[in-house]
Design a protein around this ligand. Structure first.
Ligand SMILES: Cc1ncc(COP(=O)(O)O)c(C=O)c1O
Ligand SMILES: [Zn+2]
Length: 365
């Protein structure tokens, strides 16, 4: 179906076919996935609602391998945040309560297609829950590594799906190192390293553009930690642009928590990559990433769209959470960073999209 699909190393440029169970280059570099998607708009709009309606743009060869719950095509609703009218895309309305299901659906489908029986993943919670749920549906065993400090509701959720949960003391990076050691022996279903995850999160862009009548918005304000939503959105937009579906790219406005904002700090210094930064604790646990593996790629994507970064304080996150809840939208703190950023960022005129990425019940106290 996708004859031209290939994996390309970001370090050495080496290419390989996408039918091998690899998640990084032999040189250790990060891999990107390249192929030529198609968007038969008329046919797409007649299909069942859900992210798999963009079938010709998703890198799974055979339909029998698709692992799905019929998820996606989340509502786009008009709301007012910080006195500004925006369109919120309700990304917490997924089977596991966050947009990470987009990435998990494609990645676990690919793992199934490759005949993989066991995977390893590390996460601050939501990506782990998504991989665990989709592995349960696929009958694939999984080991999920999480920082010891992860919210109790997320730990319970991951364990409930039947995943083997490993709670790692220390930082989010200590947790990633533990998973990578374990992944030496199995398949690393990492939402950060594995390029198939990003080819699931890109469906956020496809849906948004279709819901706007196959037009691009003017800006998207989105929380960023490891950039799975931001880079997925960027990949999706570039694919739509290349295919001639949209002409311009919307500005991507990346939002970080002030207490852990390596990308915003790099941006302010006009740097191409992040440096390990001091980190203080933040309620936005999902985006508390001090060392984003794809940091340079995220900075480049934001730069290419004429976008920017902003960071928000803990008080602003609490205010964003309250503002969303009082508009009837119960979200988690990582998600509320984007709500708070609407009043802080310099936004263009026109259509502004704010994905609400994670369900508030996950962090309810
Ligand atoms: C609720 C929520 N929003 C946003 C993000 C940001 O995603 P990323 O780290 O891929 O940039 C996450 C990541 O875990 C999350 O859990
Ligand atoms: Zn390489």
């Amino acid at each position: 179906m996708h004859e031209t699909m290939k994996l390309v190393c970001r370090e050495c440029g080496e290419t390989s076919g996408a039918s091998e169970p690899v998640w990084r280059c032999t040189c250790g570099g990060l891999l990107d996935l390249e192929f030529k998607p198609q968007f038969p708009k008329r046919a797409v709009s007649r299909r069942e609602p859900g992210m798999w309606r963009y079938r010709e743009a998703l890198p799974v060869e055979n339909d029998v391998n698709i692992v799905s719950f019929g998820e996606g095509l989340t509502p786009l609703v008009k709301v007012e945040f910080g006195g500004r009218s925006v369109l919120a895309k309700l990304e917490f309305l997924f089977p596991t309560g966050s947009f990470k299901d987009r990435g998990a659906s494609v990645l676990v489908s690919k793992a199934k297609e490759l005949g993989i029986k066991r995977v390893v993943e590390d996460s601050s919670g939501n990506a782990g829950a998504a991989i665990a749920a989709y592995c349960a549906r696929a009958g694939i065993a999984c080991d999920i590594y999480v920082p010891e400090s992860t919210s109790p509701a997320k730990l319970a959720q991951i364990a409930a799906y039947g995943a083997k949960l490993h709670r790692v003391p220390g930082t989010r990076e200590d947790c990633a190192h533990a998973a990578r050691r374990a992944a030496g022996r199995t398949y690393y279903a990492s939402h950060v390293w594995n390029p198939f995850f990003f080819h699931g999160t890109k469906t956020f862009a496809f849906e948004m553009v279709e819901q706007l009548g196959w037009e691009a918005p003017d800006a998207i304000v989105l929380p960023v930690g490891n950039g799975t939503l931001l880079l997925g959105t960027y990949i999706g937009l570039k694919e739509l642009q290349k295919a001639g579906v949209i002409q311009k790219l919307p500005k991507l406005i990346g939002v970080q928590a002030r207490n852990c904002a390596p990308l915003h700090e790099a941006w302010n210094q006009n740097a191409d990559s992040t440096h390990v930064k001091r980190r203080r604790s933040t309620a936005a646990e999902g985006i508390a990433i001090a060392e984003p593996v794809r940091g340079d790629q995220i900075l480049e994507a934001v730069r290419n769209t004429g976008g920017a970064f902003v960071s928000v304080t803990e008080a602003e996150i609490r205010a964003g959470l309250k503002e969303a809840a009082q508009a009837g939208l119960l979200i988690e703190p990582s998600s509320a960073t984007a709500v708070a950023a609407v009043r802080k960022a310099a936004l263009p005129r026109g259509t502004v999209i704010v994905p609400l990425t994670g369900h508030g019940l996950k962090s309810a106290k």
